[in-house]
Ligand binder design. Structure first.
Ligand SMILES: Nc1ncnc2c1ncn2[C@@H]1O[C@H](COP(=O)(O)OP(=O)(O)O)[C@@H](O)[C@H]1O
Ligand SMILES: [Mg+2]
Length: 452
């Protein structure tokens, strides 16, 4: 109210003084002067009121914009002057574009955050003092981080690891990305590769170092397996080769004129060559199966027909060893699908071959429909009455070159690859192999594959 009166006095003061003076000098009639003064003061009051309420509106609009509330979110109970209306409109637009920009920034930050969170590799952000500021989902899962982000346990060990500490130091000092490979000891040694980047300028939360980790444990295990495999394969091939070379030398030297010894040595050499041929065949077979492993089979296979054919083909070998092959196969077709008939025949052949080699009197071959979990399928079992397999060996039988009795099993045709091939074929068919054996009670190898 005081402001209104002061402003009105300021506007209306001068004309009023002029009017009073004119009236006093007799230039104006008192009545006219009084009317003019009243008019002038009323106009001054009205103008002041409009001006001040316009200012109050602008102030309210500004305050609302500053509070990030829409400038016109609620109507203002104040009148306005046209000029002030335009200023108000301009302010409104400014506030709206600022709000839109703020929303965009929030959205961008959220999507950046979401990308970092979704990265499959663990990612850490550290302050210049190496304290952990942020960790994405993968890092929290790998290191079991709690909400408070305290770098305990494995993560603490990682950040204190000399190689890691050196990489962090170098990244900070040289401002260049650093990479390091390290092994974190623990219940299960973890092999990690770490990339360290200094963030320049630092992040808003003080983040100065970005650490991206890749878990190489599985890849290293595969690498070691491959190296082991090559070493094993060469070893398996070298043994018969060394024996053949030895006999060639004997035949050229000491046994040069001994036809009986020559005959015997040539027999052994033929056997060893056959062994090498089988080994190479199996290695090639294994690699073929491995190549196709990640590609599902197509078509279907009738187990009844396929098992009958394999049994018939092996019959002479069973007869030669005086082992009875008992078949318990259904009359009707047993359809495996999706399935590769040739590969399933190979599974049957490898299992029958093992059973024949280990059986004492009899091998049984059974087949029938069977469910596995909630999946329909077909199953067949090869059961022998041999010596059985000690329990501790069962989980490792399908490893390449794994043999229970190394010395005894290295006869012709024993490559130690038969069950590895079986395992890969069944993996490709999304099937199962279960081995059941009891010392002195024989062994049962049971195969299940999906069917319809
Ligand atoms: N029916 C069986 N009875 C006893 N032992 C078996 C039987 N089948 C497989 N084994 C054992 O598993 C090992 C691996 O079998 P496999 O992978 O077929 O290789 P290979 O037959 O060439 O030795 C064999 O060396 C043998 O020790
Ligand atoms: Mg075998």
């Amino acid at each position: 109210m005081g402001g209104l009166l002061a402003m009105a006095a300021l506007i209306g003061g001068a004309p009023t003084v002029v009017l009073v003076t004119l009236a006093a000098l007799g230039e104006l009639r008192a009545g006219t002067a009084l009317a003019a003064i009243l008019l002038c003061l009323t106009a001054a009051l009205a103008l002041s009121w409009l001006w001040l309420s316009g200012m109050a509106r602008l102030a309210a609009v500004l305050l609302r914009a500053a509070d990030e509330e829409g400038p016109f979110s609620a109507p203002l109970p104040l009148p306005r002057l046209p000029a002030i209306g335009r200023v108000e409109e301009g302010l409104g637009r400014l506030a709206r574009s600022l709000a839109a920009r703020a929303a965009l920034v929030t959205q961008l930050r959220a999507s950046d955050g979401a990308i970092v969170e979704a990265l499959p590799d663990p990612l850490l952000i550290l302050g210049a003092d190496r304290s952990l500021l942020r960790a994405n989902t993968a890092a929290r899962r790998v290191f079991g981080l709690q909400r408070d982000m305290a770098a305990r346990g494995d993560l603490g060990a990682l950040l204190r690891h000399p190689l890691m500490a050196a990489a962090l130091d170098h990244a900070l000092a040289d401002d260049r990305p650093q990479a390091t490979e390290l092994a974190l000891p623990g219940a299960l040694t973890r092999e990690l590769s770490a990339q360290v980047l200094a963030l320049n300028p630092p992040l808003a939360d003080g983040g100065k170092l970005l650490v991206v980790l890749t878990d190489r444990t599985a890849a290293r295990a595969v690498e070691r397996m491959r190296v082991d495999f090559i070493a094993n394969a060469s070893h398996e091939l070298r043994t018969p080769l060394a024996s053949i070379i030895g006999f060639i030398e004997t035949l050229r030297g000491p046994a040069k004129d001994d036809p009986v010894a020559q005959e015997r040595f040539l027999g052994i050499m033929a056997e060893q060559s056959e062994r090498m041929r089988r080994l190479i065949d199996d290695l090639l077979g294994l690699s073929r199966v491995e190549i196709s492993e990640h590609q599902a089979p197509e078509g279907e296979a009738d187990l009844t027909a396929l098992l009958q054919a394999e049994a018939a083909a092996l019959e002479p070998l069973f007869a030669a060893r005086r082992i009875h092959l008992a078949l318990a196969l259904p009359e009707a077709p047993l359809l495996a699908a999706p399935a590769d008939a040739d590969q399933l025949a190979q599974v049957a052949r490898n299992l029958l071959d093992n059973a024949l080699r280990h059986a004492t009197h009899e091998v049984r071959l059974e087949a029938g429909p069977a469910r596995h979990g909630n999946r329909d399928g077909v199953t067949f079992s090869v059961i022998d009455d041999g010596p059985g397999i000690p329990r501790e060996h069962l989980p490792r039988l399908t490893e390449r070159f794994y043999r229970v009795d190394k010395a005894r099993a290295r006869g012709v045709g024993n490559t130690g690859l038969g069950l590895a091939i079986v395992k890969h074929i069944l993996a490709r068919h999304r099937g199962q192999l279960s081995i059941d054996s009891e010392i002195g009670q024989g062994s049962t190898f049971k195969v299940w594959v999906p069917g319809k």
